[in-house]
Design a protein around this ligand. Sequence first.
Ligand code: JD8
Length: 241
Amino acid sequence: MRGGPDPALPVGGATRAPRKTVRFDVLTLFPDFFLSPLKISLLGKAIEAGKLSVFLHDIRQWATDKHRTVDDLPYGGGPGMVMKPEPLVAALEAVRDSSLKGRRIYLSPKGRHLRQQDLKGYLNWEQIVLLCGRYEGIDQRVIDHSIDEEVSVGDYVLAGGEAAALVFIEAVTRLIPGVLGNEGSLEEESFTTGSLIEYPHYTRPEEFRGLRVPEVLLSGDHQKIREWRRLESDRLLKSRK
Ligand code: JD8
């Protein structure tokens, strides 16, 4: 047997994925890692509103031995442990809903770097299964035969795929229609400025520890303000890297 039924942990109110929205299934050794982030703010509200659904699955559910082993020594030697293929493939097969158009993603330091321009494409999938590795990673055969795509969230080393999966879910969720309270925000960040770099923001007070808000922002001249923001955003873009 497979280690009993999967008590998939639905986060928040909506347990049924509404049509035409994304259902995320996260396979992880640490489902609790996701609980707070999925409950608060943008993600919490979006899930509550049924704009997306997230199901958390403990990979150990699919470990079959007495000790629920999910890792083993690496063939060829070397440091650390590797996640065994059997529980991972069993988990991937169990959570996959064949009635949904689905994508299986392994968050991996070797994956293709996630970019803003790619995110919208993920809204076309009805189910996205996110596999989170730990230790030194997972058996390569799982990637070769049971994963559609390897995605990295950046050029730095994490301890596992969980933080990356959260980044993925949050970045995609922002693009789901109706999720951002201010629908103009999306337009503003990509069209108006033409880049992902933002202009500098200020709020009250006008003077903070001797530092003044740029005069143009107090001028009320919205043509000039737009122009200043464009220039500043451009300057920031060119000054980085
Ligand atoms: C998955 C294990 C840790 C990775 C040895 C211990 C993504 N942008 C990213 N950086 N790192 C990851 C990531 C790291 C992971 C796993 C994703 C599974 N580790 C390993 C190899 C070197 N450490 C990631 N997405």
